[in-house]
Design a protein around this ligand. Structure first.
Ligand SMILES: [Zn+2]
Length: 440
């Protein structure tokens, strides 16, 4: 039996209350009591913020099969350093992709004993695997991701309307959500002809592709009753359709990502392919509308969409956007990137809990166990200093490759310590030796 306590002047119990002084007691991996500060605590955190561990429901860990891109050890090490205590792995770009029960077992085997934080798996809905949805759900998959456009990898086939409908009928019965990469290829008029210019790439994936896909998803959700979750929303133009669908009672949720909330197309340097992702980072006005979408509840959560590859595939040397892998690496920096932007917009601290913890916890069906500091909940905790400033340097990056668009950026919010079910897994730059992460 292990027992300890943490005391802070700024404890964020959940998103409904402002930070307050409290002493949090942990016993056998669970929160056992929350009291007004009294006697000495095991951890005296002073003015550091103590909050529930971050839940990142969108990361591509790529193991097995593309472990040279990323892997469970390196991704969960970076996550722990970023205050994340639960991560959900996307069904691509590992080989095999998680689209069959057999592949799920391969995935689970690759992860077991190699994770510093808790983890879960999304499955994939592709053209020909509707028969796998029931056995995979019974084996613990919490939802299925589909693409409405080319996925970027040959082994994960995108779905057209009839296959989506068929899949969603089954998912509705299973009561698990469809997660959708919402872009439909409608063709585009390219700006300029220099492949090193970001505006050239941006023009190749216009906002209307996202709007069209989201309209189709809303229609299919209405028809089938299947809950839909829009992953990595970039185009603010689609916010109205989502808001209207929510008002009409359609089961739709949506996430956006730190890169869409912090970066702008106008400021991406020529040839800077570390910034390439799909859908693309859009302009500053779009970014501000996404922040409004979060504040008014149209957007439910912020997740990393950590999607690394090898530096060679990222094409950093020739800086050719069309050829480079589309995916942004940076789950370690989600909290400071978001907090730096929130601070500038004078948004209250507790919104971090709403957008980065409670929202994802609900999506993955874990909100009765994780995502708040409450008696009986898992003692997944993070201590961080919102006032501490640092510059992102290569030496501090813990994921496999030192490529991230945040390199050189000055950020507020230093993660100091991370506890997973009461175990200190990250402590000011040091990691525990044991891999205590479990599948949830
Ligand atoms: Zn993704």
């Amino acid at each position: 039996m292990t027992e300890f306590s943490l005391r802070s002047e700024r404890v964020l119990l959940n998103s409904d209350v402002a930070p307050q002084p409290a002493q949090v007691f942990v016993r056998d991996g669970k929160i056992s009591a929350i009291e007004t500060p009294g006697g000495r605590a095991t951890y005296e955190l002073g003015n550091q913020v103590l909050m529930p561990g971050i839940i990142d429901s969108h990361a591509h860990i790529n193991e097995p099969g593309r472990t040279e891109w990323e892997g469970f050890e390196s991704a969960t090490r970076a996550a722990a350093a970023g205050g994340i205590t639960t991560v959900v792995d996307m069904p691509l770009n590992s080989i095999p992709p998680t689209t069959t029960l057999w592949a799920l077992k391969e995935k689970a085997q690759a992860a077991a004993g190699h994770c510093r934080i808790d983890y879960a798996f999304w499955g994939g809905l592709v053209r020909d695997n509707v028969n796998e949805l029931i056995p995979m759900t019974e084996a613990g998959v919490r939802g299925f991701k589909a693409f409405l456009i080319d996925s970027g990898v040959a082994e994960f086939a995108w779905t057209r309307e009839p296959e989506l409908r068929r899949g969603m009928e089954t998912l509705a019965q299973l009561k698990v959500p469809l997660l959708a990469h919402a872009e439909i290829d409608l063709g585009a008029t390219l700006e300029g002809n220099n492949p090193r210019e970001y505006r050239h790439y941006l023009s190749s994936r216009p906002a209307r592709w996202e709007v069209q896909a989201i309209r189709l998803l809303i229609k299919l959700s209405k028809e089938t009753g299947c809950a839909v979750h829009v992953v990595h929303l970039s185009a603010a133009e689609a916010l109205t359709a989502i808001a209207e669908a929510k008002t009409a009672g359609i089961a739709i949720t949506a996430e956006t990502c730190p890169h869409y909330l912090a970066l702008t197309s106008e400021t991406i340097p020529e040839g800077a392919t570390a910034f390439k992702c799909a859908p693309p980072i859009r302009d500053g006005a779009n970014r501000e509308q996404l922040w409004r979408g979060l504040s008014d509840g149209t957007l439910d959560m912020i997740v990393s969409d950590h999607s690394p590859c090898t530096p060679a595939l990222k094409g950093l040397e020739n800086g050719n956007f069309p050829d480079a892998w589309g995916g942004i690496a940076g789950l370690q920096f989600s909290l400071p990137v978001i907090w730096t932007e929130m601070r500038e917009r004078k948004l209250p601290l507790e919104k971090v809990v709403k957008w980065m913890i409670e929202g994802p916890a609900r999506l993955i069906g874990l909100s009765t166990r994780k995502g708040r500091i409450a008696v009986g909940w898992d003692a997944d905790l993070v201590a961080w200093d919102p006032d501490a400033k640092f510059v992102v340097e290569e030496t501090m990056i813990r994921h496999r490759h030192k490529v991230t668009p945040y390199l050189g950026r000055e950020l507020f919010g230093q993660v100091l310590q991370t506890w997973l079910r009461g175990e200190l897994v990250f402590d000011r730059g040091n990691f525990s030796d044991e891999m205590t992460g479990e599948r949830v």
